[in-house]
Every structure is written in C-alpha cells, then in structure tokens.
Design a protein around this ligand. Structure first.
Ligand SMILES: Cc1cc2nc3c(=O)[nH]c(=O)nc-3n(C[C@H](O)[C@H](O)[C@H](O)COP(=O)(O)OP(=O)(O)OC[C@H]3O[C@@H](n4cnc5c(N)ncnc54)[C@H](O)[C@@H]3O)c2cc1C
Length: 265
C-alpha cells in the first residue's frame, strides 16, 4: 500500500488539542529508521508545518493504495518535540494490515499521511505542579512502552528531579524494546523493573509471571506514586488498573492508554 493523497482537512472531531491544524492530514517523509527490538523499529519523519506535541500524545497514520483504498491506525509519538521531526515506533503484528508495511516495507524518502497530535489526557510534561515531588509511575505492556519512553526522554532532557519508576511487562528478552536506552535511563536514576511474563533471561531475579502487586510497590517509603500512566493492550491495562485500585490508588491518579483491540502481555 502506498500513501498518495494531498494534505486535507476532514471532519474527524476527536478530542485532543484544539488547534484546527491538528486535524490536517500532512505529508510525512521518512528520513530515518532504527531497529528497537527483533520485531519493532522506529521511523523518523520530516513533517513540514508540524504544530508540535507533548509527551504521551499520538498521531493517526493513513496509508492509501493506488485504487484509493486507505487504512488508518494510531501510533504514539516516540520522541519529544523537535521542530518538524516526528518519530513513531511500530511493533510488527504479523497478521496486521498496516504495521507490516511500516515495519518492513517503507524506505527512506517514502511518504505517508499523518494527522495530529491527538490526545490531551495521557500526557506528562515534567514539572507539572500537580505532581509535586512525585514519584511518577509508568506501567507498560509490550509496545505500550513507546509513549512512556517519550515521557522519560522529556524527563531527562529537562533535568527534572521527579523520581520515576518504569514497570515494563513483556513476554521475553526478544521482545525488549529500547534495551540500551533503558540501561542508560537506569544509570541516571530511573527505577526500571522488567517483568518477563513467559521467558526470563539468565541472571534475571524475578521469575516469569504476570505483573503483580510487588512490581508496582514503592517499598523504600511505602508511599504511592502521585500519578500513574498505564499503556498497552486493553487486557493489560485493565489488569494493571485493577492492581492499582487494589493498592489503594484513587482513580484520579491513574491515566491510561489502550493499544489495539485485545491482548494481555
Ligand atoms: C492511541 C494508540 C496508540 C498506539 N501506539 C502504538 C505504538 O506506538 N506502536 C505500535 O506498535 N502500536 C501502537 N498502537 C497500535 C496500532 O494502532 C495498531 O493497532 C497496530 O500497529 C496493529 O495494526 P495492524 O494494521 O498491523 O493490525 P490490524 O490489521 O489492525 O489487526 C490484525 C490482527 O491483529 C490484532 N491486533 C491488532 N493490534 C494488535 C496489537 N497491538 N497487539 C496484538 N494484536 C493486535 C487484531 O485483533 C487483528 O486480529 C496504538 C494504538 C492506539 C489506539
């Protein structure tokens, strides 16, 4: 499938930033590709006129075939704002319609249509007064780690001092996205907890199993996070949210983003 339609405005009235320009379909030109795991890669796009975005927001991507058939999917913005640059990280769904094209077919200088940024709730901009001294907890299932890494990059860029915990649930070592970057973030103080659900790498202390109450505990102080962001497949988000409620978190402290129709990493 190729992308070939001009920049247009349609009648999609979904929530998010109120600037009209966020509903425009814009041309994105692929300028960079980076592998992130054995089945995911980051696509860097140049998007003239990009209005900017906040960590946690996403875009719509539209592919259009020569016969006019088009398919559209959402992808989280995979890097903090940087002029006209926009990045997404796509995890391959082998039976899928759009992700195999983004993961394996698109080449440098190819174009696609994008629209956004979208979403105003699942956003963390370091320094928010409501969060105070924190901590902030980020809970990811599978590719749900993408917007959370964008938040961590913004946290690092701004020199924010809020303590941060990332609990990242994945099936096995082959599924680890952003491995090197997570090590760097650990070295600068992020409490990174890898929760392998099926296959555990050598020397990893936690046994394989689903995200549990211990994985989201803050043992040093016994306190709770001021805010928690949960992102991943719908089943995973429901499970994590139930754990947070069991741990005494009020609804107001929890922000969620659901990827795809189902699944529970
Ligand atoms: C707000 C938002 C942000 C998102 N951000 C990202 C992101 O940063 N990176 C990313 O890789 N994806 C992200 N997604 C998921 C993405 O939009 C697509 O759903 C995903 O790439 C699959 O699309 P597809 O066309 O390849 O599969 P489809 O053709 O839509 O689906 C094919 C089959 O796979 C199943 N399926 C669909 N999605 C998934 C999934 N995520 N996991 C397992 N099975 C699935 C379907 O039920 C169907 O049976 C996001 C989704 C939302 C709603």
């Amino acid at each position: 499938m190729k992308s070939g339609t001009p920049v247009t405005e349609d009648n999609d009235q979904r929530g998010g930033p109120t600037r009209g320009s966020t509903r425009l379909w814009r041309k994105g030109t692929l300028i960079g590709l980076h592998s992130q795991s054995q089945h995911s890669r980051t696509l860097d796009l140049k998007v003239p006129g990009w209005p900017g975005h906040r960590p946690g927001q996403h875009i719509d991507v539209r592919l259009t075939a020569p016969d006019g058939y088009s398919a559209q999917r959402s992808y989280s913005l995979a890097a903090p704002v940087d002029g006209n640059s926009v990045s997404i990280t796509v995890d391959l769904v082998p039976s899928g319609e759009v992700s195999p094209y983004l993961y394996a077919v698109m080449e440098i200088c190819d174009e696609l249509d994008i629209r956004g940024p979208i979403g105003g709730w699942f956003v963390w901009e370091p320094g928010e007064p409501e969060i105070g001294d924190g901590p902030v907890m980020l809970i990811a299932g599978g590719s749900g780690v993408v917007p959370l890494v964008t938040m961590l990059r913004a946290w690092r860029q701004t020199g924010d001092q809020t303590p941060v915990i990332l609990a990242y649930s994945l099936r096995g070592p082959d599924d680890l996205m952003y491995g090197r970057e997570l090590n760097e973030l650990r070295a600068v103080g992020v409490d990174i907890r890898l929760i392998y659900t099926r296959t555990v790498p050598d020397a990893h202390r936690r046994v394989a199993g689903r995200l549990g109450l211990d994985d989201i505990a803050i043992p040093a102080t016994g306190q709770r996070a001021e805010r928690v962001y949960v992102c991943g497949p719908a089943g995973f988000v429901d499970h994590a949210t139930a754990l947070l409620c069991a741990a005494g978190y009020p609804d107001a402290a929890i922000r969620t983003e659901r990827f795809g129709p189902s699944g529970a990493d």
